[in-house]
Structures are given as structure tokens and as C-alpha cells.
Design a protein around this ligand. Structure first.
Ligand code: GCB
Length: 605
């Protein structure tokens, strides 16, 4: 009976997904034209370019890019005389005056299609053009040639708008109003422990596709199988019924099928694939051909499952030797956004003898996820449902759900991603539980092949016993737990006295522990902020790890020091969270070597 219902559920799932997003995935498989580089900008703290003096949206805002036409015209801005900012890039670390700026900045980029894409006009109407943003923090309103294309909320996921009918051969101007003001109802909310880097923080591209093109697809091993590949494909455009071929040339495998009136099809076929693992991160070229479009990408195939308290990769028990990381550029500072940044971060994970990274506390850029596929590093990816979200606010929920959807949409074909996390350290309440349960359902609905987790908190049963009993644990595959014994909770020797219990027969990952140390600051092992204190905490924590029930992995907090405006201690913090194992200048602290050693000897619980 179950088997009979399954295909129906699957079909239904694919239809709903298609209605929910307009994102083109794997844009590199299409023709892209980078709009990265220098963009002019106007700082607009009062949003004068958006609202009139009655605080109503103006129909003649900065997005019109007006110029005086005669000597008496009154126009109080001028993009062309304004300074420039580099895209991709946060604005905070590019101009000193913007270091702590939270508000609106208008960006403008001019482009000539005749230069970027000389044959475009000749090819229309068989071609379409989109503008694609890797991420904009936090809110973006996008205009082309004075006409609004759309808006996007959420600072860490991609989005795109079609510009086929608006774009001109010459003299296009793309304007983006970017606003990074924090707000109680946003995701994240007002209060976090990371820097609110604003701007066009990831790549901006024009993407050219055929009039009917392959917009999205899901290609993974079928749940529980090593040999059956299944998923769905989604076309967009004027020719919905098409014959589709999926090919994996290296193993001469694939299948042919036809999309329905909505442009969708499920598929499944048998394939003798070599399974992806950190030891051998095998990726296959997968080609998808429709009658009007072809896309290609490298995909790895592996099974990730839980069995009682264990996590299994391709049927075998694994231990996740990890580290948490923010999306900060090693050495350079500011938001990471290049392939080199991603490489440096993952090289550090390898140097630690690790095989796992927790990309905290929001979806990181696509470079790192793709590189992790190649380098064989497991990923935990999460959305910024962090601390005190407004659980009762429907808009907040829809926003969180949308960010989750966009994260999964972008990265669902990456073998490296094994865990989707829906929240971090959220305080217990009925409203929170129902909010998180719905996110959990959405994640499972979009992707039944990965494990769902969340970073939960400690609860004491008595002085020396902590229990993992968060009611949300019942719904998760893997329990993440943040604990700060030895730092926020007692001194390092307290760690030895604590015992853990868990209510759930499920794998546990200690998703955070740590202590701050200013690199180069030395003292005895009980002096706060010294490398010795941090090392002391790591030594005791590592002993504790051996005693945590059901432990399947850990991601201590954190790989490198990161900027955080809530860290105010002069001479030590100066707006940096110092829990990094590596300083913001790339220098390793003592604790780095302690974890490195542990990871070199520890195999499995
Ligand atoms: C936490 C948070 C993390 C903070 C960290 C800290 O529990 O999850 O975002 O940065 O503690 O350093 O306090």
C-alpha cells in the first residue's frame, strides 16, 4: 500500500515546489555574464530616495536615475558623481564610514547588452534573460531602467528576476535598494552574535536561457538505495511538454521521460555508481537534455541515514569531526565570497583532521558548498532562526520558511550536505515548538534524502546532570546540542563533574562548545581570555565528549574569530568574538592543536 501511495506523494511534492519558487538553480550551467565589479552607491539613511516627505513610496525615487535636463531642474542626487563599492562585498569593510552602518544604500550598475551579449537581440524571442543575485543582505528592491522588478527578503539566499522584455541593447541601468536595518520580526531578529554585513554580498549575474529552459531539478539516490537514482525536473517557459534525457556518461546510465503540461516530471533509473565519501568524494558529470536546453553539473551520490543512535554513511557508522564557521573571509575580514576564501576555510578543516563543517548560522555562499563536494567535507547547513524569533508572527514564519526553501532549492544536489538545521538555541515554548515543527515538515517535504537537525540547549535535572529533553527533539533525526560548560557555565573543572542523559534514542552532535582567547595573550589556565584558558576548556571538553551518550559528531565553536558588535571588551574583543581556534589574522591558537590531535586519534564512539 505504502509503495503505491509513494509515487503520488512524490508527484504532488514536485508540483508544489515548482509553484513556490522562481529560482534558477545551477546558473553556471547556463550562459552567464557577470555584473560584479564597481557599482555606484548612495547612502540613504532616511530612505529619501524611496519615500516622499509624507512617507509614502515616491514614484520618482532614486531608482529613476534622473539627470537634470536644464539648468533649473531640481534633482538632489547623482549616481554618476557618487563613490563606488565592490560587488560582491559587504559595504562595512569597504569604507570606514560604513563600518557600523545599518540602513539603506542604493547601488547602480550600468551595462550595455550589445557589449556583454552581442547576439542577444538577434536571438530573441527564443532567448530569455534574468538577473540573478547570490545574496543581498537584508532586503533588496530591484529596478531595471526605472521599472521595479521585484523585492527579496533574507540576506543569505539567491533570487532572480526576468528582464527579457525590459532590457535594452544599450544604456541599461540596474538599481538595487539594499536595506540591512534589523527588525524584531525579521529572520534573524534584532539580537544575534554576528556582524550585520550589508550590501550585495554575493555575485550578481545576468543569466541567459532558452525560452523554455531547465529551471530546477533534484537528482539523488532514492531513499534507502545504493543503485537507484530518482528525482524530478522542472522546465519553465512556453514549451512545457518535452522529452528529457538524463545521462551519466561515465557509467553509461540514464533515462528518457516526458514532462507534463506544467513542465514537470519525476524520474527514476538504476545506476551502478561509486558512492561519494570524504575518503573518496567521487562526483559524476550528469547531463540533462531537454529539446530546448542542456545543463550539466557534477553530482555525488551517497546515502545518509540514522539507525537508532548512529549516523550511517552508505550503510556504515561514521563520526563527524567538525568545526563551526561563520561566513567570514579568512585573513581579509568581512564577508567571504570568493572560491579562495572557501578553499582556505576547508583547508583549515582538513588541517584539523576534520571531515565536517557547520556553516553557521545562515546559508553560506555556493562556492563553499560546491568545493566541499569536491574536497569531501560533510556540511551542516542552517537558516538564521536564531534565539528569540517572533514565534507567533505569521510573516516571520513565512519568511523563515522561504529562507529554508531557498537554501534547500539551491543546494539539494550537493552530496556534502547531510544535515539541514532549522534553528539555533531557541527558548522552549508551545509557539516555538509549533513554528519549528512546521519548518521541519517543510524541510522533509522538500528533501526526504537528508537528515534534519537543530541546535538545542542544555537543561539541568540536578546539579551534575544535564538532560537532552527538548520536545522538538522528538521530530528531529539528529539532536544538535550547544553547551558552554567551562565558559558561560562554570570553570573548566566543572566539565568533569557533569553527566549527560538523553531522552531520545537518536544521534547527538555537540554543535557548540568553546571559550574566548585573544591570540598571543598568555597566562595560567584559569585566566580568562588567554590561550591557556581556552586550551584548558578544550581539554576538559574532549574528555566530556567521550562521555556524551549517542555522540556522533561535534562542531566546536568556532574555526576563526569573527566580528560581532555585541563583544565590547576593549583590548580583548573590540567587536570580535574571540572563540576562534584561529585568530582573524590567521594565526592558530593552542586549542587548535588540541582538537587536531583528538581528531587524529578518535574514530568512533
Ligand atoms: C552561542 C551561539 C553563537 C554564539 C556563541 C558565543 O551559543 O549559538 O552564535 O556566537 O554562543 O560565542 O556566545
Amino acid at each position: 500500500m505504502l509503495l503505491k501511495i509513494f509515487p503520488l506523494i512524490f508527484l504532488f511534492a514536485s508540483v508544489i515546489i515548482s509553484q513556490e519558487h522562481s529560482l534558477i538553480t545551477n546558473i553556471e550551467a547556463h550562459k552567464t555574464f557577470s555584473l560584479n565589479g564597481n557599482w555606484q552607491f548612495i547612502i540613504d539613511p532616511y530612505e529619501n530616495g524611496y519615500y516622499n516627505y509624507r512617507y509614502e513610496p515616491a514614484d520618482n525615487g532614486y531608482f529613476k536615475n534622473q539627470k537634470p535636463e536644464n539648468k533649473w531642474d531640481l534633482i538632489e542626487y547623482d549616481f554618476d558623481k557618487s563613490e563606488t563599492l565592490k560587488v560582491p562585498g559587504d559595504w562595512n569593510t569597504q569604507k570606514e564610514k560604513l563600518l557600523l552602518y545599518e540602513g539603506t544604500i542604493w547601488y547602480k550598475k550600468d551595462f550595455d547588452l550589445s557589449r556583454l551579449l552581442p547576439d542577444y537581440q538577434a536571438l530573441t524571442p527564443t532567448r530569455r534573460l534574468f538577473v540573478h543575485f547570490g545574496a543581498v543582505n537584508y532586503k533588496a528592491v530591484v529596478y531595471l531602467n526605472g521599472v521595479k522588478l521585484g523585492e527579496h527578503e533574507g540576506g543569505f539566499t539567491p533570487f532572480n528576476f526576468e528582464i527579457t522584455n525590459l532590457v535594452k541593447e544599450k544604456d541599461n541601468f540596474l538599481i538595487v535598494k539594499v536595506d540591512n536595518k534589523r527588525s524584531r520580526e525579521f529572520v534573524p531578529t534584532l539580537n544575534t552574535d554576528w556582524y550585520n554585513y550589508g550590501g550585495l554580498t554575493r555575485d550578481v549575474n545576468l543569466v541567459e536561457v532558452p525560452s523554455a529552459y531547465i529551471k530546477d531539478y533534484f537528482i539523488q539516490l532514492s531513499k534507502g538505495s545504493d543503485k537507484n537514482i530518482s528525482g524530478w525536473i522542472m522546465l519553465d517557459g512556453n514549451q512545457k511538454n518535452q522529452e528529457i534525457k538524463i545521462k551519466i556518461p561515465e557509467i553509461q546510465s540514464g533515462n528518457t521521460f516526458t514532462t507534463n503540461d506544467s513542465g514537470y516530471s519525476n524520474f527514476s533509473f538504476n545506476a551502478e555508481v561509486e558512492l561519494w565519501s570524504p575518503e573518496k568524494p567521487k562526483l559524476y558529470d550528469v547531463i540533462i537534455e531537454s529539446e530546448t536546453d542542456t545543463v550539466k553539473e557534477k553530482i555525488g551520490f551517497r546515502r545518509i541515514e540514522v539507525n537508532g543512535p548512529d549516523i550511517l554513511l552508505n550503510g556504515k557508522k561514521i563520526f563527524l569531526k567538525g568545526i563551526s564557521a561563520h561566513e567570514e573571509a579568512p585573513l581579509r575580514g568581512g564577508r567571504a565570497n570568493t572560491k579562495e576564501d572557501a578553499k582556505k576555510i576547508l583547508d583549515w578543516v582538513k588541517e584539523l583532521n576534520g571531515n565536517f563543517i557547520r556553516l553557521a548560522h545562515y546559508p553560506h555562499n555556493e562556492n563553499i558548498v560546491r568545493l566541499a563536494d569536491e574536497m569531501g567535507v560533510f556540511i551542516w547547513s542552517e537558516i538564521p532562526v536564531y534565539w528569540t524569533i517572533l514565534w507567533k508572527n505569521e510573516k516571520t514564519f513565512l519568511n523563515a520558511k522561504n529562507q529554508l526553501t531557498e537554501m534547500i532549492t539551491r543546494d539539494k544536489n550537493r552530496a556534502s550536505i547531510i544535515l539541514w538545521s532549522v534553528s539555533n538555541e531557541t527558548p522552549l515554548s508551545d509557539e516555538r515548538l509549533s513554528f519549528l515543527k512546521k519548518l521541519n515538515e517543510q524541510a522533509r517535504f522538500l528533501d526526504s534524502t537528508r537528515l534534519i537537525t537543530a541546535a538545542l540547549e542544555n537543561h539541568y535535572v540536578n546539579k551534575n546532570t544535564i538532560i537532552i529533553d527538548d520536545p522538538f527533539g522528538e521530530y528531529l533525526d539528529v539532536i544538535g546540542l550547544n553547551e558552554y560548560l567551562g565558559w558561560y557555565d562554570g570553570l573548566p573543572d566543572k566539565i568533569d563533574k557533569i553527566n549527560y542523559q538523553t531522552k531520545y534514542n537518536k544521534p547527538v552532535i555537540i554543535s557548540e562548545f568553546g571559550a574566548d582567547a585573544l591570540q598571543g595573550f598568555h597566562g595560567d589556565s584559569l585566566t580568562r581570555w588567554t590561550e591557556e584558558y581556552q586550551a584548558n576548556v578544550y581539554e576538559h571538553q574532549i574528555n566530556l565528549m567521550r562521555r556524551i551518550p549517542n555522540l556522533c559528531g561535534m562542531t566546536p565553536w568556532i574555526l576563526a574569530d569573527f566580528r560581532s558588535p555585541r563583544r565590547n571588551l576593549p583590548g580583548i574583543q573590540d567587536h570580535w568574538n574571540r572563540k576562534g581556534l584561529i585568530s582573524n589574522l590567521g594565526i592558530k591558537k593552542k586549542a587548535f592543536y588540541i582538537l587536531q590531535k583528538f581528531y587524529s586519534v578518535y574514530l568512533l564512539r
